[in-house]
Design a protein around this ligand. Structure first.
Ligand code: MLT
Length: 323
């Protein structure tokens, strides 16, 4: 009996401490780990989130770029951080859903070791080739790639990153095995493409948008059913007869599992408020993000999305990798 009372008292005390911590939260700057290099889609999205939370919670939310291993290095660091709300990770479909398909010893379980806070954005991917690549549409690309696969260099942000996943779907649909070159993010991939060292990449549309618009690289296909309003002249993979190239990764905010519920709710509410702002919606739309209705944004909806995307894509990726 005495033991039971001690255990109950300890639980009550822990709950009281959690509550007090949540009331003060955030009492000091918060780190948001972006598990990819600065300047790419994950970084741009993470900084939008940091700005929203800083403004709505009256405290600094600072982005720390921790690239490597397809985003799993930074995500693992977040999984192992104290669950106190002061270390978060701005992850995505790769790091927080599909990574186990690529890393048998990942070190974290995306569904068990993280508490989802909210969905930030979804962007369709774009097939982008260097400016002087000898193809101007997907049909020409497929023909050229089939006869020159061994000469082609594909840049991606590491095994299991969404740029890796997008081009895995593309390459396996075409039936080619080009040379895959990993970087810590797609911002350095783009630099290498501008320098002529990379032939093509598959990246969420915002990653290459300004260079596509400036004519410094060529966009050959949007990996989605419908065209993107920001690049209306770029036909979809479906229109061009390659529906297997279909990839619109989600980006979201996560805390380590065990983070006090009141802190999670505070963060989720602030993120949701920010995503309702007209200026934020315009910024995301200008980057090519799809509209996310409020009902799809919160912790529970994001947890469900992770489950459904994992169940949908794992078998497709396995089949693509085995081809
Ligand atoms: C990036 O932000 O560097 C990449 O888009 C990440 C990725 O390809 O998963």
């Amino acid at each position: 009996m005495a033991r039971l009372l001690t255990a109950v008292a300890a639980l009550l005390m822990a709950a009281a401490i959690n509550h007090a911590q949540a009331q003060d939260y955030p009492a000091r700057p918060v780190t948001i780990i972006v598990p990819f290099a600065a300047g790419g889609p994950a970084d741009i999205t993470g900084r939008i989130v940091a700005d929203i939370l800083s403004r709505h919670l009256g405290q600094k939310f600072l982005v720390e770029n921790v690239g490597g291993a397809g985003g799993t290095t930074g995500t693992l660091r977040a999984a192992r951080a104290p669950a106190d709300g002061y270390t978060l990770v701005s992850g995505h479909l790769g790091t927080n859903a599909l990574a186990p398909a690529f890393y048998p010893n990942l070190g974290y379980d995306p569904q068990k070791d993280f508490q989802p806070i909210g969905l930030t954005a979804e962007y369709p991917e774009l097939l982008v080739v260097r400016k002087d690549f000898p193809a101007n549409n997907l049909k020409e690309f497929v023909a050229y790639a089939k006869s020159n696969a061994s000469k082609l260099n594909v840049g991606h942000a590491g095994l299991g990153s969404v740029s890796y996943v997008g081009c895995l779907l593309l390459n396996s649909a075409i039936g080619i095995k080009p040379t895959l070159i990993p970087f810590t993010g797609t911002a350095p991939v783009l630099n290498a493409m501008l320098a002529g060292q990379i032939d093509y990449e598959c990246d969420p549309v915002l990653g290459t948008l300004s260079q596509v618009q400036a004519g410094n690289v060529k966009a050959l296909a949007i990996a989605a059913k419908k065209r993107s309003p920001i690049l209306p002249d770029v036909p979809t993979s479906y229109e061009q007869g390659l529906p297997e190239f279909d990839c619109s990764p989600f980006y979201g905010l996560f805390a380590p599992s065990g983070t006090p519920q009141a802190v999670v709710e505070k963060l989720a509410e602030a993120l949701n408020k920010g995503l309702n702002e007209e200026a934020v919606q315009k910024r995301l739309a200008d980057l090519g993000a799809e509209t996310i209705e409020p009902g799809r944004r919160g912790p529970r909806a994001l947890a469900e999305l992770i489950k459904s995307e994992s169940n949908r894509l794992m078998p497709i990726l396995k089949a693509a990798a085995e081809k």
